[in-house]
Write a protein that binds this ligand. Structure first.
Ligand code: PLP
Length: 370
């Protein structure tokens, strides 16, 4: 076979460990998964009743235009129906964008560490990747701008950023958008948008009106609690959407996902409740960090990146054996940090208690060495 050469350098996406595999391996009764930034409160009850009454006709393809979902999202965001593109998760839209715009000879600019799929897809398409290190956990937009040249086709801005949880304030974003050439697509990935509470966050949908080279990505996987159904969308000027559409595979959002997303969108009370509980949960993590003198990035998401001053893989393993699946920072560019999804108050207490035990064990070992 003559595989694309760049595929040989890649490994498949490493998902967080599954609950079932950990239960079996460590003989545990209960597992708490705080590794993939899913919603610990599940999804709206509206979703369950909509799915119960959904009669899909299994033999029939889903609506490839996502008509009802398109109407619902367009009306919710007050955008035109032709200003939306839907994907099998926002991962799929990242793939569509890469497929449409990246190729050998083109380059793409992104922050590092940031969400892995920008780079992964760019490698597959054979584009040159220009990674700009975060500055204090934040996108360094000045350096990202300086990296753009006549061969740059896509710039990725992840705000709030995975894995740091930090966001780009409006005062930094708009001067950047003003400067980026109009033939470069700027992707603003807002997978965690609904969790944001910062006052100086921007109205990104409004920005798509002002900047015709901007696309905003959102998802139903996070606060809406529909990660298993895979629904994400992009919002942009209609000329961007028209250009991307041929790169989208037909029927890429299944019928259950479409029905569930409409129902999820209709329950904003659930969304607000999760947002509130998440914010309270974040304070449990911050209090813990302050008590243990650990540094962390203040987060606008449903996860926190904590520098535990120890080997992240060891801490990961310790927590795993206690029934908590978190994300080791070592694969995310932070070898002494853990990225932990904010769970319910009880789950947060549990994982922090276990982390406290790990830190005590580490300190005792250090004292012995001294
Ligand atoms: C920043 C960011 N973008 C996109 C995604 C992909 O989300 P999905 O494909 O489930 O919509 C994730 C998932 O973790 C993410 O963290």
């Amino acid at each position: 076979m003559r595989w694309k050469e760049q595929l040989l350098t890649l490994t498949p996406y490493q998902p967080g460990k599954s609950i079932e595999s950990v239960k079996k391996q460590y003989n545990l009764e209960q597992i708490v998964k705080l590794a993939s930034n899913e919603n610990p409160f599940g999804c709206s009850k509206n979703v369950l009743s909509a799915l119960q009454s959904h009669q899909p006709g299994f033999a029939i393809y889903p609506d490839g235009y996502m008509t009802s979902l398109r109407e619902a999202v367009a009306s919710f965001l007050k955008v035109g129906q032709d200003e939306l593109i839907f994907g099998n998760g926002s991962d799929n839209i990242i793939q569509i964008i890469s497929r449409a715009l990246l190729h050998p000879g083109a380059n793409t600019v992104m922050a590092t560490p940031s969400f892995s799929q920008y780079k992964h897809n760019a490698i597959i398409e054979g584009a040159e990747i220009r990674e700009i290190p975060l500055l204090d956990g934040q996108h360094d937009l000045e350096k990202m701008y300086a990296a753009i040249d006549e061969n740059t086709n896509v710039v990725w801005v992840c705000s709030p950023n995975n894995p740091t949880g930090t966001y780009v304030p409006e005062s930094k974003l708009t001067p950047f958008l003003d400067k980026v050439p109009s033939d470069v697509l700027i992707v603003l990935d807002e997978a965690y948008y609904e969790y944001v509470f910062a006052d100086d966050y921007y109205d990104s949908i409004e920005l798509t009106r002002k900047y015709p080279n901007l696309i905003v990505l959102r998802t139903f996987s996070k606060i809406y609690g529909l990660a298993s159904l895979r629904v994400g969308y992009g919002v942009a000027n209609r000329s961007i959407i028209q250009a991307l559409e041929p790169a989208r595979e037909p029927f890429n959002v299944n019928s259950f996902g479409q029905v569930a997303a409409i129902a999820a969108l209709s329950d904003q009370e659930f969304v607000q409740d999760c947002k509130k509980k998440n914010r309270q949960g974040l304070t449990q993590f911050y209090d813990f960090c302050e008590r243990h003198n650990l540094s962390y990035y203040p987060s606008q998401t449903n996860f926190v990146l904590i520098d535990i001053n120890a080997d992240a893989n060891q801490a990961f393993q310790f927590l795993l054996e206690k029934g908590y699946i978190v994300r080791s920072g070592s694969a995310l560019g932070f070898p002494s940090s853990l990225r932990i999804t904010v769970g319910s108050a009880e789950q947060n207490d549990g994982v922090l208690k276990a982390l406290g035990e790990f830190l005590t064990q580490q300190n005792t070992a250090k004292l012995k060495l001294n």
